[in-house]
Design a protein around this ligand. Structure first.
Ligand code: HEM
Length: 228
């Protein structure tokens, strides 16, 4: 193309050529950096993959299990795709205590309902059948299996509450049990009398001891328990 004789127009053309060059240079530098960043990312991914592979092989070699004998909830599909959660009344929950063989066995602890059908201990005749179909959170903390089958936690000691939290975690992380929903309790009237400790009828002996004896009797009576 012929150049114009106007010096101002020539200067404009040179300027726009410079800008084009600059843009193209910047574009090349950026795409180079992009490729570099991408390669770095792939390298990190590969390293993580190798580490996982190494960990799994070491687990297999040392424990016989690729997952180092881990059987908790994080390897269950249900953890990532939980079933729709249900809301139970106390009387609805009671229908799932294992006496009806066509229904699963549910228990509740501090409001959370779990499917424990796979636990033989909860079947009728099993040592922990008394936890089935009910929220007996208090009994989990005190060990008073007969008289503390209630969700009323008023007046419990820190140690007993810790006991409940221990069992809550037990159900939350158990490989065979899973949460199915919540149970709605009618509100507790604060002026109603508190649940008695299980030592009140047997002064001199600790309530826990008394109830442990009761529980042991249950356990000994049950063939199920031996199969646990
Ligand atoms: C506060 C007192 C206690 C509570 C709340 C309690 C509750 C439980 C619960 C919820 C389970 C789990 C059942 C399952 O789903 O597998 C269990 C298991 C068991 N309990 Fe107790 N328990 C208590 C005390 C005792 C005592 C004192 C003994 C000892 C005689 C005992 C013996 C067992 C045995 C042998 C198992 C099965 C062990 C296993 O599968 O790992 N429990 N208990």
């Amino acid at each position: 193309m012929a150049r114009t004789a106007d010096p101002r127009s020539n200067a404009n053309e040179t300027q726009s050529l410079d800008v084009e060059q600059d843009i193209s240079q910047r574009f090349q530098t950026r795409s180079y950096q992009g490729v570099k960043g991408h390669k770095g990312f792939v390298r990190v991914l590969k390293l993580i993959l190798y580490l996982i592979l190494f960990g799994a092989l070491a687990g297999k070699f040392l424990t016989g299990s690729y997952l180092w004998e881990y059987e908790g909830k994080w390897i269950r599909l249900r953890t990532y795709f939980p079933p729709p959660q249900l809301l139970f009344t106390e009387s609805e929950l009671a229908k799932y205590d294992g006496t009806d063989l066509d229904r699963p066995i549910y228990l509740a602890i501090d409001g959370d309902v779990y499917d424990v059908t796979k636990g033989k201990a909860y079947q009728p005749g099993g040592p922990y059948h008394l936890f089935a179909g009910i929220d007996a959170a208090r009994a989990f903390g005190t060990g008073c299996f007969k008289t503390h089958r209630t969700h009323d936690l008023r007046g419990m000691s820190d140690a007993e509450i810790k006991g409940i939290n221990h069992w809550k975690k037990f159900y939350e992380n158990h490989k065979n049990y899973f949460k199915v929903g919540k149970v709605l309790h009618p509100p507790i009237d604060p002026s109603s009398p508190m649940v008695e400790g299980c030592d009140t009828k047997d002064k001199g002996k600790s309530g826990a001891k008394k109830d442990t004896v009761e529980r042991r009797a249950l356990v000994q009576d049950s063939n199920m328990h031996q199969e646990l």
